[in-house]
Write a protein that binds this ligand. Structure first.
Ligand code: S3P
Length: 386
């Protein structure tokens, strides 16, 4: 490190050893929210320590829930049940966290008070229509900034009724928001996605006794109810692991073991892609936590070749496509990534950023509206802006 915002990296040496990832970010957000919705004390360990999850914890405190951080990764939540939450005194600042603003909006849609959710310069440009449309249909009053339905969101929740809704995009954040609203609604809520997205919420809520059932691969049925308090050691974050897996796969002589990993199939599709590209990867499931498989991954280096990423695989890879694009930059042939227009509306425009930075490294990249074509080669050292 040569300064707070500059990192100098030299390549070359093989990666060898055993690693443990920090707690899964998506599961950490959910565990906090579900613990707050339960009545009683819940205890979480190995919680993600990033700013996003801190925002969710702070938001719950703003709603009157006591969240006690014993140390940086262990927390006790004194769940009040949704009825115990109160109107926040100020604007809830979700920072850069799309998961916080969207999931919290679903919870607040059912609360009989007014709350304003906002965030940083990136968050207030991200699409919220997909979120507010179903919540409005259930009975929540939501005001947004501008024509485009973007944050700040002013939510006046209250009596919700279950609806049947078909989401316009495969988004676990939006699906979860509808589920959290559905748990507070009168009657059945049925939520359908165009393709299956990551399924942590339905696995965890069902394991906690909340009435959330899978009807088929893309449809959930939700009744009025709540989760029970629980204890959870959050498994290692699969999206973080993907970076180490790619680093090992592309660096000759490498061999790593990632332990205590979350192995939810909707999060480790990057393993299938890297295997297709020629990387030897093994997955060993050793147990389960709140309906989530856990275990270890072993990854070794191998010469990689190009692949195609498209269709139903994309929602399960949405946060790993950037690092898979790096693998593609080292692979023989041209890798095609398609059907990934959602990458344009993440924390940054991930298609634009990959195009710009891989080009800087001398890799031939063609960007399309919904993806990239990356011709593998020998990336050269460069100054990159992350
Ligand atoms: C997330 C779902 C994804 C993902 C995000 C976290 C989640 O977003 O990109 O980083 O925890 O549910 P979308 O559901 O909007 O695709």
């Amino acid at each position: 490190m040569s300064g707070a915002t500059e990192l100098v990296v030299r390549g070359g040496r093989p990666l060898r050893g055993r690693l443990q990832m920090p707690g899964d970010k998506g599961m950490s957000h959910r565990a906090l929210l579900f613990a707050a919705m339960a009545t009683g004390s819940s205890r979480l360990t190995n919680v993600s320590r990033g700013d996003d999850v801190r925002r969710t914890a702070q938001a719950l405190e703003d709603l009157g829930v006591r969240v006690h951080a014993d140390d940086k990764a262990a927390m006790t939540i004194e769940g009040t049940g949704v009825e115990g939450m109160h109107e926040p005194a100020g604007v809830i600042d979700c920072g850069n966290s799309g998961t916080t603003i969207r999931m919290l909006a679903g919870l607040l849609a059912g609360r009989p008070f007014r709350a304003v959710l906002s965030g940083d310069a990136s968050l207030v440009t991200r699409p919220m229509k997909r979120l507010v449309d179903p919540l409005r249909a259930m009975g929540a009053q939501i005001e947004c900034r501008g024509e485009g339905d973007v944050a700040p969101l002013e939510i006046r929740g209250g009596h919700l009724v279950g609806v049947r809704c078909e989401l316009p995009v495969a988004s676990a954040q939006v699906k979860t928001a509808v589920v959290l609203a559905g748990l507070q609604a009168t009657g059945d809520t049925v939520v359908t996605e165009p393709l299956p997205s990551r399924d942590h919420s339905e696995r965890m809520l069902a394991a906690l006794g909340a009435p959330v059932q899978r009807v088929d691969a893309t449809t959930l049925l939700v009744h009025h109810g709540a989760p029970r308090p629980f204890e959870l050691e959050v498994p290692g974050d699969a999206s973080s692991a993907a970076f180490f897996a790619v680093a090992a796969a592309i660096t000759p002589g490498s061999s790593i073991v990632l332990e205590e990993m979350g192995l939810n199939p909707t999060r480790i599709a990057f393993v299938d892609v890297l295997r297709r590209m020629g990387a030897p990867i093994e997955v060993h499931e050793t147990g389960e936590r709140l309906g989530e498989p856990v275990g270890k991954l072993t990854v070794e280096a191998a010469p990689l070749h190009a692949t195609v990423i498209e269709g139903a695989e994309v929602p399960w890879l949405i946060d790993e496509i950037p690092v898979l694009a790096v693998a593609a930059a080292f692979a023989a042939g041209t890798t095609e990534i398609r059907d990934a227009v959602e990458l344009r509306v993440k924390e940054s425009d991930r298609i634009g950023t990959l195009h710009q930075e891989l080009t800087q490294m001398g890799i031939e990249v063609v960007a399309a509206a919904d993806g990239l074509a990356i011709r593998g080669g020998t990336p050269r050292a460069a100054t990159l802006k992350s």
